[in-house]
Design a protein around this ligand. Structure first.
Ligand code: SAM
Length: 330
C-alpha cells in the first residue's frame, strides 16, 4: 500500500498497529512470546519506561530501517538504547517477517549504566547479541569514530527550562529538540528519528532540511502525555510553547512521528539508478520513496523514466507533509 497523503490516515492509530503485522500468525505468536520475556520492570526513575512509545519506536525501526535498508552489512549506530527492547523486538520481528539483516550490526550507546546493563543482558537472552551491542558510553563519543551510515534514535525530547526534571537524561533542551538537532548535524546518510509534536517540530524539520535531509518516509501515532511529560513543571512549559507555536497537541494527546531522513547526496555514490525495490513490501507496509529516480532524472537525463511531477516538488513532498501532520493537533 502506498503511504496515503490523507491526514486522517496518518493520524489513525490503526494504521500504525496494522502495518506491523507482517509475519505469519504462528511466527507472530512466537515473537510475541519472546518479547514478553523481556518485560523486566524498573521504576521509571531508574530507566526510561514508556511501553507505548518504545513499542512505536520498535515498529518504526522495523518498517523504516529494516525494510528500507537493503545493505546486509549495514553499520548502524543508536543514540540512547534504554533497556534495548525496541531494537531487539525489531530484529526479532524483522527476522520472523523475512528481513535479511545479514551481517549488519547495531551499536547502541546508552549513558545510564543500569539501562545499558539491562539492554546487554536482554540482547544476550534473546539471541541477538551478535547483531546488537550496547555500549555504556555517551553517544557522541561513539559517533566521533563510527563508520556507520545509519543513525537511529528515540532521543530525549522533554522540553523544560532546565534539566531539573524527573529524569534529567530525557531533557531535550528548552524546546525539547536540541539533541535532535545536534544529531541532524552529524552528517549520517540515513537517520531514523522519533520527532515529537510538542518539541518544536516545525523548526526541527526545517533544520533537517537545511542540513540537506529529505523526509523519505514516515509513520505517526497519537500518544497520551506520559509519566515524564505529565510532570507539572514540564506540562506547564509545554503549554507555554503551544502559545508560541512550538508545541502541538490537543487535551492529553500529542503526535509522535518516526521519520526516515536521507541525504540525497548519498545517491551520487550509488551506481545502480534502477529504482525498483528487489522485493515488494508486504501489504500495509510503506513503500520506500524512490529517491534515486529523482537523482538520476535530474543529472543523467530521464532515460525513459520521466517523473510525472518536477523532481524538486517530489523531493520536498514528504518533508512538507510531515510538517503538516505534526502541526495538525491544536
Ligand atoms: C527517550 S529514551 C529512549 C530509550 C529507548 N531507545 C526506548 O525507546 O525505549 C532516551 C535514552 O537516551 C539516553 N541518553 C541520554 N543522553 C545520552 C547520551 N549523550 N548518550 C547516550 N545515551 C543517552 C537516556 O539515558 C535514555 O535512556
Amino acid at each position: 500500500m502506498r503511504r496515503s497523503s490523507s491526514l486522517q490516515a496518518a493520524l489513525s492509530p490503526a494504521k500504525t498497529a496494522s502495518s506491523t503485522v507482517t509475519a505469519t500468525p504462528v511466527a507472530e505468536e512466537v515473537v510475541q512470546e519472546q518479547v514478553h520475556k523481556l518485560v523486566v520492570r524498573h521504576t521509571p526513575l531508574q530507566i526510561f519506561v514508556c511501553d507505548e512509545e518504545s513499542h512505536f519506536y520498535s515498529q518504526v525501526l522495523e518498517k523504516l530501517l529494516l525494510r528500507n535498508c537493503r545493505d546486509t552489512r549495514a553499520r548502524i549506530i543508536e543514540f540512547g538504547a534504554g533497556d534495548g527492547t525496541p531494537v531487539i523486538n525489531a530484529l526479532l520481528r524483522g527476522a520472523s517477517g523475512g528481513c535479511n539483516f545479514g551481517d549488519s550490526m547495531v551499536h547502541g550507546y546508552e549513558l545510564n549504566p543500569k539501562a545499558a546493563a539491562v539492554a546487554t543482558r536482554n540482547a544476550a537472552d534473546m539471541g541477538v547479541a551478535h547483531q546488537y551491542k550496547v555500549h555504556n558510553s555517551c553517544f557522541f563519543k561513539g559517533a566521533a569514530t563510527t563508520d556507520a551510515t545509519w543513525l537511529i534514535a528515540n532521543p530525549p525530547y522533554i522540553p523544560a527550562e532546565d534539566d531539573n526534571i524527573l529524569m534529567p537524561a530525557l531533557h531535550g533542551g528548552e524546546d525539547g529538540a536540541n539533541l535532535t538537532r545536534d544529531l541532524m548535524t552529524l552528517g549520517f546518510e540515513n537517520m531514523v528519528l522519533l520527532l515529537s509534536a510538542y518539541s518544536n517540530p516545525v523548526e526541527t524539520i526545517e533544520h533537517a532540511r537545511r542540513q540537506g535531509y529529505r523526509v523519505t518516509d514516515f509513520m505517526v501515532t497519537p500518544l497520551p502525555f506520559g509519566y515524564y511529560s505529565s510532570e507539572p513543571k514540564v506540562r506547564k512549559w509545554i503549554e507555554g510553547m503551544k502559545e508560541e507555536g512550538k508545541a502541538y497537541f490537543s487535551r492529553n494527546t500529542y503526535l509522535l512521528a518516526g521519520a526516515l531522513l536521507q541525504l540525497p547526496a548519498r545517491m551520487d555514490e550509488d551506481d545502480n539508478d534502477d529504482v525498483a525495490p528487489s522485493t515488494p513490501p508486504p501489504a500495509g507496509n510503506i513503500v520506500p520513496t524512490p529517491l534515486r529516480i529523482r537523482r538520476a532524472s535530474r543529472e543523467e537525463g530521464y532515460k525513459g523514466r520521466r517523473p510525472a511531477v518536477p523532481c524538486s516538488a517530489i523531493a520536498d513532498d514528504l518533508t512538507d507533509e510531515l510538517i503538516a501532520v505534526m502541526t495538525a493537533l491544536k
